[in-house]
Design a protein around this ligand. Structure first.
Ligand code: NAP
Length: 490
């Protein structure tokens, strides 16, 4: 869980399908650069980038540098190590829909049959099955090979099972790395460290002491540039099925018997299977579906979602969703987990708030707010425990103070890109931070009935002004349990 790798990596070939794409340029190639700069990559480690564009390796590297300089802060960009990093890069113009082109990849890989091979599918999901078939038919899958892919893993249970079956046709489950990049974030791993590396929290981590949990993923961005994908997807599929449920699971799971990937995944799956199904009319009472109308975000006028380029003007796609989720277990019975995510919100913020129960009786002649644990993932990574202490002065007046772990101050200066950890784990062969196919299926099993009910009852989204925290109904949803969204980060 530290930034440093405690053992050296085996020689590897990382094959990046979609090497010229946004994800590769913005995240994956810079992530590998940082690990190279930290001298954590073996000399025998190549990054083979693949796309259709007719480029030489030299031209690709120039393109990569232009992109990297715009994504990496100047103080973190080191000319000397950048030059040696570029020596690892090979570019191959290959059309992955043309089987004969896989021969070029085979030629590149042939000299190093024993190296770890990571096939990273950074392309449109519609190409995943084709790439698996391509590398399989070309005989490129060795014992030391792995495949990595990111959400969206389907748009419902059926399509997710289909993708997983296609993957299983070429790779064993132990070779498949399903990425949820939230799990690569230091704070999420620290949540596990906090829970299972300290004796302090475990006795409190249950229904007797925790009143409710809130998990927020708020984006300031609207649908800019992604309308084609988003209008057929919506917030429930795009954010809840994966990121929000993954955060809930890490927070709620029982202590695993070890940090071994199978042990952690077993506990995660149990939480997903203990989620109380939200079906029928409960969908109307436990979930708020919202969509932004025009408004102002950070001083800029924003068009309504339905007026955005590429969006159906009558679209009912949700850009906001708030859910009261419940976990049916001895530990969590009766503790609401409030989940919300939205676009065009006042702030970019990903945050978990654990509200403890109030003191049973205040002896201080003043109302006492509950203790609160705040785990913030974005924009900065911080863990805070809000407690009460007496302020200076002759009066016994209590005020909230924070026990604060600011990662920027406590640990090294640069905040790691989540992919740095994930890419190295793929090369190491450590699946702890990746999703098993059963997890993906269990998440869809919970999500599908909600979508089906919305469709059957033709549930229209409630409108909220861009730049606000969502529809008023989301406040009413949580107020029914005597709670309120924690919007002020103190
Ligand atoms: P993108 O910018 O559209 O890039 C797609 C890449 O695929 C390009 O390099 C493109 O290059 C290549 N490609 C397309 N057709 C090809 C073909 N027939 N043969 C060879 N290469 C081909 O997509 P992206 O945003 O990087 O996303 C990649 C994946 O990550 C998607 O599954 C996406 O859902 C997921 N993802 C992305 C982000 C993000 O922040 N971007 C976040 C989460 C998940 P050519 O056109 O030159 O062939």
């Amino acid at each position: 869980m530290s930034n440093s790798v405690s053992f050296s990596l085996a020689p590897f070939d990382l094959v990046l399908f979609g090497g010229t794409g946004d994800l590769a340029m913005r995240k994956l190639l810079p992530a590998m650069y940082f690990r190279h700069h930290e001298a954590q990559l073996p000399d025998e480690g190549r990054i083979i980038c693949i796309a259709r564009s007719d480029l030489t390796t030299e031209q690709f590297v120039q393109k990569m540098e232009v992109a990297a300089r715009s994504y990496i802060k100047p103080e973190d960009f080191h000319d000397e190590t950048w030059k040696t990093y570029c020596d690892r890069i090979v570019y191959a113009p290959i059309d992955i829909t043309d089987q004969s082109h896989y021969d070029k990849l085979a030629e590149l890989l042939k000299p190093f049959p024993d190296r770890v091979r990571v096939f990273y599918l950074s392309t449109a999901p519609s190409l995943f099955a084709r790439i698996c078939q391509g590398v399989s038919e070309a005989g490129l899958i060795t014992h030391q090979s792995r495949v990595a892919l990111e959400k969206p893993l389907g748009r419902d249970l059926e399509s997710a099972l289909q993708i997983n079956d296609q993957l299983a046709g070429a790779f064993d489950e132990r070779q498949i790395y399903r990425i949820d990049h939230y799990l690569g974030k230091e704070t999420v791993q620290n949540l596990m460290a906090l829970r299972f590396g300290n004796s302090l929290f475990e006795p409190l981590w249950r229904r007797e002491h925790i009143s409710d949990v809130q998990i927020t993923i708020a984006e300031q961005l609207g649908v800019e540039g992604r309308a084609g994908y988003y209008d057929h997807t919506g917030a429930l599929r795009d954010m809840v099925q994966n990121h929000l449920l993954q955060l809930l699971v890490i927070l709620a799971m029982e202590p695993p018997v070890s940090i071994h990937p199978d042990a952690v995944r077993d506990e995660k799956i149990k939480v997903l299977r203990s989620l109380k199904p939200i079906v029928g009319r409960d969908v109307l009472t436990n979930i708020v579906r919202g969509q932004y109308k025009s408004g102002v975000v950070t001083g800029e006028q924003v068009l309504a979602y339905r007026d955005a380029d590429g969006v159906d003007p009558k679209s009912n796609t949700e850009t906001y969703v708030a859910i009261k989720a419940e976990i049916e277990s001895w530990r969590w019975q009766g503790v609401p987990f409030f989940l919300r995510t939205g676009k065009s919100m006042p702030e970019k913020r990903t945050e978990i708030v654990v509200n403890f129960r109030s003191v049973p009786h205040s002896i201080f002649d003043m109302p006492m707010a509950p203790n609160r644990l705040i785990i913030r993932l974005q924009p900065e990574e911080i863990i805070k425990l809000q407690i009460f202490a007496k302020g200076r002065g002759d009066e016994m007046r209590l005020q909230p103070v924070d026990l604060d772990l600011d990662f920027n101050e406590t640990f090294e200066k640069r905040q790691m890109i989540a992919y740095e950890r994930l890419l190295l784990d793929m090369i190491r062969g450590n699946q702890t931070l990746f999703n098993h196919r059963d997890e993906v299926a269990a998440a869809w099993e919970w999500i599908d009935p909600i979508i089906n009910t919305w469709d059957e009852l033709n549930v229209e989204p409630r409108l909220y002004a861009a730049g606000t925290w969502g529809p008023a109904a989301s406040n009413a949803l949580i107020a029914k349990d005597g709670c309120g969204w924690i919007e002020e980060f103190t």
